[in-house]
Design a protein around this ligand. Structure first.
Ligand SMILES: *Cc1c(COP(=O)(O)O)cnc(C)c1O
Length: 492
C-alpha cells in the first residue's frame, strides 16, 4: 500500500537499546542539562576498537588503530580509548585535536597527524614527536625547515598518496582527492625526503579514500604496496602502511525498509506518488520530462559489511593484478598495518536528544513538530544519513493517539531552511510537547561536527553514560569523564 508508513528504523546495538529503553533516565538528563543533549557511551568505542583488533589478529598483522578524532569532539570517548592500550592511537587533523589528544593521555608514539597542517599545528606535532602523515612535498619541506630552525628531533613520516592507477596503468581511480601527493610522482617526493635525510625518517606510505567502494580501496592499497617497494629500492626502510579510514557504518536495521524507501522516493520525484519531503526535495534526484535524472546524494544507510568486517573483507581481497590477498602481501612484507577509522569506531557510541516543543497541523493537514534543536545539532541530513528518531515519551500516550503518522521535524531557528530533516518522518504516533526524540547513532560526524551557536541557541552539552552491573545508568559531563573511578580504581 503506497501510504503505509515508510519507516527507516535505526540499527541499535544492545548498549544503546538499553539506554533508549530507560526513558526516565533520559528525561532526567534532559531536564538537568537542557535540550539538545548529546549522550556518549565510552564503553562502546572500546568494544568497537576490540573488533578491529580481532581482525588484525585474524590476519596475523601487527600495527595500530588510530581513531580519526574529527568524527567527534568528545573527551570521554578519547580518554576511554587512550586507556585501552598501546594498540589504539589517534589521528589528529588540527592543532586543537592534537592538544586534546595529548591531554587525554595519548603519548606521541600513538598519535598521527593527518591532513594539511598550519604552521602551529606542524610545529607542535614536531616538538612532541608525533608521526607525520604528510600531505604534500611542500609540507615535508616545511617540516624539515622547522626541525632545522628549532633544533628538533628527526620526525617519522608517512607519505600520503592519491590518484593510483592499476598495474597496467590503463585505468585510473575515478575518485580524485584534494589531499595527498600524486602516486605517479613518488620519485620526486622521495627526492625531497632524501634531501632532508637528517630531518625526515620515512616509515611508510598512506592513503585515505572517502568512498564506500572496496574495489577502489583495493587499487589504492595495492598501489601503496608497490610504493613501499620503491622506498625499499631507494634504500629506505619502510615498515608501516596506513590505509586511512572509511570502513563505514550500517545505520538502518532493515534492508527492506531502505529499499522500499528509496523506491518510494524515486516514485515521488517522478510524480507517481505524493512528495516524501518538504517542498518536494529529491536528495539529488529530479525529473526531466518524466525521466529520472541526477544521482541520489545519500549515504547508503543500510549496509551489510561495515566497520571491522569491512577491513576483514578488504584484507582478504586479492590484490588487483596479483591474485594474492592484500593482507597476505602485507604480512609477507613484515609491514605494520595502520588504520584510521572515524565513523566506524564511533558506531553506536552516542545519541542526540531533543525535546518536542510544539506540535501543530497545517491547513493542508501536515503535522509540524518543532524541536529544541536545530539542523546543526544533528547533522544527519548534512551527511546524507536518513534514519528515524526514536520517540521517548514523557507520559503514556493519550488515548487513541497511537496511529502511525508522517511529520516534518522543524528546528529552533527562525529560518525557513531550518529543518532537522527535509524528509517526511514516519513515527509510530504523533509526539506530544515534552516528549523526547532520540536520534540514534549520531556520534560519527552527526553529533557536533556542524554545531553552531546560531541565534544564540545553546550548543548541546555532552554527557558520558555507563551502565552498572545491576543495569542502572550513571552519567557525568563529558569533560568530567576519566576512565577511573573516583577512588582511583578501574571502571567496572
Ligand atoms: C576523515 C578521515 C578519516 C576517517 O574517515 P571515516 O570515514 O570517518 O572512517 C581517516 N583518515 C583521514 C586522513 C581522514 O581525513
Amino acid at each position: 500500500m503506497s501510504d503505509a508508513p515508510l519507516y527507516l528504523e535505526p540499527r541499535l546495538a544492545p548498549r544503546p537499546t538499553a539506554l533508549l529503553a530507560d526513558g526516565v533516565f533520559l528525561h532526567m538528563l534532559v531536564d538537568a542539562l537542557g535540550s539538545p543533549l548529546n549522550v556518549v557511551l565510552p564503553d562502546q568505542i572500546a568494544e568497537n576498537a576490540e573488533r578491529f583488533r580481532d581482525v588484525y589478529r585474524r590476519h596475523s598483522l601487527s600495527g595500530r588503530i588510530f581513531f580519526a578524532h574529527k568524527a567527534n569532539r568528545s573527551s570521554a570517548l578519547i580518554r576511554h580509548l587512550a586507556a585501552t592500550g598501546p594498540g589504539t592511537g589517534i589521528d589528529v587533523a588540527s592543532l586543537g585535536e592534537l592538544q586534546h589528544a595529548l591531554g587525554a593521555g595519548f603519548g606521541a608514539d600513538r598519535i598521527v597527524a593527518t591532513g594539511p597542517k598550519d604552521p602551529e599545528f606542524l610545529w607542535l606535532a614536531l616538538l612532541t614527536g608525533v608521526t607525520l602523515n604528510a600531505d604534500s612535498a611542500g609540507e615535508l619541506e616545511q617540516a624539515a625547515a622547522l626541525i632545522r630552525t628549532h633544533g628538533l628531533r628527526r620526525v617519522r613520516v608517512l607519505l600520503r598518496l592519491s590518484g593510483f592507477g592499476t598495474p597496467s596503468g590503463v585505468r585510473r581511480l575515478s575518485r580524485r582527492s584534494r589531499f595527498g601527493s600524486p602516486a605517479g610522482s613518488l620519485d620526486r617526493l622521495l627526492d625531497t625526503v632524501e634531501r632532508h635525510g637528517d630531518q625526515l625518517e620515512p616509515i611508510g606510505v598512506a592513503y585515505h579514500l572517502d568512498t564506500t567502494s572496496p574495489d577502489e580501496k583495493a587499487i589504492a592499497f595495492a598501489g601503496c604496496l608497490r610504493a613501499m617497494e620503491e622506498l625499499r629500492l631507494r634504500g629506505f626502510d619502510p615498515r608501516a602502511l596506513d590505509i586511512g579510514g572509511g570502513f563505514g557504518v550500517g545505520y538502518l536495521a532493515h534492508a527492506a525498509q531502505w529499499d522500499r524507501y528509496t523506491t518510494a522516493l524515486t516514485d515521488a520525484v517522478l510524480g507517481r506518488r505524493p512528495p516524501l519531503t518538504w517542498g518536494g526535495h529529491g536528495y539529488g534526484l529530479h525529473a526531466e520530462g518524466g525521466t529520472l535524472r541526477g544521482t541520489l546524494g545519500l549515504y547508503p544507510a543500510h549496509r551489510e559489511v561495515t566497520g571491522a568486517a569491512y577491513l576483514d573483507d578488504l584484507l582478504s581481497r586479492p590484490a588487483p593484478g596479483l591474485d594474492r590477498p592484500l593482507g597476505t602481501l602485507l604480512l609477507e612484507g613484515l609491514y605494520d598495518l595502520y588504520t584510521e577509522p572515524g565513523r566506524a569506531l564511533t558506531d553506536q557510541c552516542g545519541i542526540s536528544l531533543a525535546r518536542v516543543l510544539d506540535v501543530r497541523s497545517t491547513d493542508g493537514g501536515e503535522h509540524l513538530v518543532r524541536l529544541a534543536m536545530n539542523a546543526g545539532d544533528v547533522s544527519l541530513e548534512d551527511h546524507g544519513v536518513l534514519m528515524d528518531p526514536v520517540l521517548v515519551p514523557r507520559a503514556p500516550a493519550p488515548a487513541g493517539a497511537d496511529a502511525p503518522v508522517g511529520v516534518h521535524l522543524m528546528g529552533n531557528l527562525c529560518l525557513e531552511a531550518d529543518l532537522v530533516t527535509r524528509r517526511t518522518v514516519f513515527l509510530p504516533r504523533l509526539p506530544c510537547p515534552g516528549d523526547l526524540l532520540a536520534f540514534a547513532n549520531t556520534a560519527g560526524y552527526c553529533m557536533d561536527f556542524g554545531a553552531t551557536r546560531a541565534q544564540q541557541q545553546p550548543v548541546a552539552r555532552k554527557a558520558a553514560v555507563r551502565r552498572d552491573g545491576d543495569g542502572s545508568w550513571h552519567w557525568c559531563l563529558d569533560e568530567q569523564y576519566w576512565p577511573i573511578t573516583r577512588t582511583g580504581g578501574p571502571q567496572a
